[in-house]
Design a protein around this ligand. Sequence first.
Ligand code: 3HC
Length: 696
Amino acid sequence: MIASQTATFPQGAVAVLTIDNPPVNGIGSGVRVALGKALEEAIANPMIKGIVLTGSGSFFSCGADIREFNTPKSRQEPSLRAIIEQLENSPKPTVAAIHGAALGGGLELALGCHYRIAQAKSSFGLPEVKLGILPGAGGTQRLPRLIGIGPALEMVAGGDSIDASKAQSLGLIERLVQTDLVPQACELALEASIRTEGLPRLSRAPIGATADSKVFDEARKLAGRRYRGCIAPLECIACVEKTLTSDLDEGLAFERERFQFLVNGDQSKAQRHLFFAERAAMKPPKVEAKLTPIRKVGVVGAGTMGTGIAMSIANAGISVVMIERDQAGLDHGWEVIKGNYASSVSRGKLSDSDVKARLALISRSLDYAALADVDLVIEAAFEDMGVKKEIFSRLDAVCKPDTILASNTSRLDINDLAASTSRPSKVIGTHFFSPANVMRLLEVVQGTRTATDVIGSLFAFARKLGKIPVLVGVCDGFVGNRMVSPYTREAHFLLEEGATPEQVDSALRRFGMAMGPLQMGDMAGLDISWAARKRMAPTRPAHIRYSKVADTICELGRLGQKTGAGFYRYESGSRTPISDPAIDVLIAECAREAGVERREITDVEIIQRTMYALVNEGARILQEGIAQRASDIDVIYVAGYGFPAFRGGPMFYADTVGLPEVLATIERFHDRHGELWAPAPLLKELVENGRSFADL
Ligand code: 3HC
């Protein structure tokens, strides 16, 4: 785990200690034991003049081994803090030679060294806040002493990495090198070994200019916006603030205590669950056949989804041909794309030359013949099976035999669509989320005849686009939208039973949702789910409760934000929902017609009715094999539906509450509200066997 070598130079010998723990050189208990021992030996060896710490493979070190948290291994001596002290207190110069990335505990190790030297393409970060914790091995105390309070606060509480040139300008690294990283680090160690002044130790460094308390207030405000509902950023800020009033030992003790508090809490467990859940979801299936390299893509439809999809493809440096039925539609889509890029330039996110390069990758045509040489087509046309089938048969005729044909449908049957072509094994669903150039989630819908190499090719393509692909099966709404149906259904029932739209939405926002379901409906456009309800109407048994609230709102032409009114009203050009007494009257009228007695609704009931509706449907989806893992559902909900990351997704949340309690409440709802609340068999099975979704 630690390779220890002696590098000999005319001026003397240097111990080169290499962390070798693939894939990311995580610092688990094994690495700590080996590193502690190697350091002890190097310090004791009279032949050794200096010590260089580096990493093998692609990274210096990406931090503590997260899998060991909350296990006995995390308590095994020596601790990471003890190793960092050992490095810092070493009488011989210690130099961190950094390539790739130094993250979390990896960067904290480097901060324990007397000097840091890095390769030009390296990056540096303390991403712990994204895992619901804080840098717990001195990072919150040493970094401000090295680069100052403001920049340290940004790195600790924001969690984003910086590149090597920024690190050098902040004084985080002493030297930037293009080549010969380790030999140059050895040279630095030898130079330092003959200097007469003492070695630079961050524990003894004074804290720079006293920070204005406004810096911390600003950081708290920023954290509130970026990490809504999360406690870790506030603890990160408190630790950095502590450097102003405490010496290093006091600061480290405070940091340690707050780290323990966070690492044992539910928020961090949820965020760590998501870290691994995302990685599990993104693993493509095992594929024997060769993958199709996707170098050129066609997008059919230049509406909201089509333009967003075309942009995300161009953003990844891949050529894209956009097809529309008429020139006006194509021109409108092109203007939308140019407008979106112009706004990125005005916000400083892209340069003019970036935009020029991306626009050059997007060509436009009214002729399907322009798709003759593409490797993949994504159809993003009107959500109607007839329309889509017609498009697919034209694609089937013009595209190369091995072109993959994908549909961006959010609900329709991929198998039906595949059957209308001569290449069902090459037909797949790619459900992007709006805005498609921003949202990272991609539901990859596998039809019964979709070939595994087509899925593998799509996964590789999605990763190039920076998306999180999650494999799902065919059913109405796939995973995400299928679960949204009972969730919004309960929101509408709650309105009839006595809640107001603001009460439902604000209770769910307090729970942590980015938006309540009614505001979300207004934003997405109420006509989409209205069309789906109309399509499903013939299959809906008459005796099953059905709320007419949303349909009645749509019949008034109130289709959400785009028409200036939906569940709320909107002033022209504004997206801020305003309560509308006319809607309260409409809801009361619907309730009266449906014979629903109105009553006081509590926030607890709002949360349980909506969340447990998600969980119950999620359990059915799992049992039917539409989702591969409970954690895939969590990824979909957090990445695509504004579910709070600090609750880990709906299925993790259910485990946190405890499945026996969730089931008991669902059974109570079943008794009170009828068969829509029949508990999912899988949920009952798990409770009977004392298991949880995490055990699946
Ligand atoms: N601990 C344990 N496993 C880790 C890990 C870590 N810190 N970082 C990555 N891994 C695992 C992943 O789960 C994945 O495992 P798998 O192959 O079994 O799925 C494998 O390493 C490769 O990871 P990625 O698929 O994410 O590889 P990428 O190359 O895309 O990304 C990365 C590499 C940027 C390092 C990314 O993995 C990452 O961001 N890791 C987390 C870094 C982090 O948060 N560090 C702080 C840890 S907490 C800490 O240090 C506490 C300290 O302050 C006390």
